[in-house]
Design a protein around this ligand. Structure first.
Ligand code: NI
Length: 395
């Protein structure tokens, strides 16, 4: 069967049948943001929104995650669609009528939208079981923002029987409704470090009797900038950002210790593994030269998010079919941001997809991030079409 026959009108159908429902769900989740693995109420809202659908429901996956399974009318592969459910510790400043009602918490990364789009796809596919070969798993994941909920779900076996997996992320900077992806790496590995700089304290007027941890820390921060600029192949992407620095108790005391915190982003596993050694050697060398020392605590966190080439191609062709060629972009470059969907893609071929929310809107993880809800049925249609398409082609 020709692809356009299968997906023609899908977005409109979703808009008409569940458009209002997924917008209401999104707002409901937005009003009550939950953090990390503690997405209990969000999971309840999802379950309520799935009620009446012919799904097998598994709750309590990775604490408050849900796996909802839909069987098609014929045998075939298992395709998974994943959305993240958690929010961020940010005070909302959008002024929206459905703004966060919880102080200091906000859905500033669009996960409320991702969850609602996946619910929309579950409704659409439940009405199309006659066209579905095999099984679709709808995966609602907690703890994307730092907790590694994706890893926990993979450890609990969520991906074990899955042949192909897809996930969407709303994306500022891309025109509204534009679908973008690429083969290979699309998001970076995100590793973290903390460093304690030790000198010896003293009077602010007698620096020669101390080893100033503030000045050592300043030199270390500056020297660390040479890791990327002087030690990494210039055509190999890498980022080293020191985002935290702290020391001291008073203007006239030379502190004994200073503390740095930072993140390292890479796309290449060899380079990734080489980074902590270089950071430690440089920091200690500088600190020792200044009569101090440095201690590095390095944590490997989310791996590189690597799309399967075939899956990325299918996303682009399915999106072109539903929305037209002008709505599709094959990305030239990955983002150095990170995503714990990477853990699923380590296990199962699939693709991570960006869905544009406009070029002039406030970025992800900012207090004014907001998006046009018109994009929601569009995302649902894309997810549903990908599951249908993958179910025809995989075995
Ligand atoms: Ni996110």
């Amino acid at each position: 069967m020709d692809v356009s026959q299968r997906f023609g009108g899908l977005q409109q159908e979703i808009e008409e049948n569940v458009g209002e429902r997924i917008v209401a769900l999104r707002r409901d989740i937005h009003r009550e943001p939950e953090l990390g693995f503690d997405t209990e109420k969000t999971a309840e809202k999802v379950l309520a929104a799935l009620e009446g659908l012919p799904l097998d429901l598994e709750t309590g996956v990775a604490r408050n995650g849900i796996v909802a399974t839909l069987g098609g009318e014929r045998d075939g592969p298992t395709v998974a669609l994943r959305a993240d459910m958690d929010a961020l510790p940010i005070e909302e400043e959008t002024g929206l009528p459905f703004s966060s009602e919880i102080e200091g918490r906000m859905h500033a990364c669009g996960h409320d939208g991702h969850t609602s789009m996946l619910v929309g796809a579950a409704h659409a596919l439940s009405g199309m079981r006659d066209r579905l070969n095999g099984t679709v798993k709808f995966v609602f994941q907690p703890a994307e923002e730092g907790g590694g909920g994706g890893r926990v779900m993979v450890d609990e076996g969520v991906a074990d029987d899955v042949s192909s997996i897809f996930a969407l992320h709303l994306w500022p900077g891309l025109p509204l409704g534009k679908v973008a992806t690429k083969a290979g790496p699309i998001m970076a590995a995100a590793d973290a470090f903390e460093m304690e700089i030790r000198g010896s304290g003293g009077h602010g007027a007698m620096p020669h009797l101390a080893a100033d941890a503030v000045v050592i820390a300043a030199q270390v921060v500056t020297t660390l900038q040479t890791v990327v600029s002087r030690e990494v192949d210039p055509v190999e992407p890498a980022v080293l950002t020191v985002g935290e620095i702290g020391a001291g108790t008073a203007f006239n005391i030379i502190p004994e210790k200073a503390r740095l915190g930072g993140t390292v982003r890479t796309l290449n596993q060899d380079l990734r593994e080489r980074m902590p050694g270089r950071i430690e050697a440089l920091a200690r060398g500088v600190a020792k030269g200044m009569r101090g020392d440095a201690n590095l605590d390095y944590t490997f966190s989310y791996p590189v998010t690597v799309n399967d080439g075939g899956a990325a191609d299918r996303v682009l062709s399915v999106a072109e079919d539903i929305f037209g060629g002008e709505a599709v972009l094959e990305l030239p470059n990955p983002s150095m941001g990170a995503e714990d969907f990477a853990y699923f893609l380590e296990k199962v071929p699939g693709a991570f997809i960006w869905l544009g929310v406009g070029e002039d809107i406030s970025g992800l993880h900012t207090p004014r991030f907001a998006f046009d809800e018109e994009v929601l049925p569009r995302g649902s249609a894309l997810l549903a079409a990908l599951a249908l398409e993958a179910s025809q082609h995989l075995s």
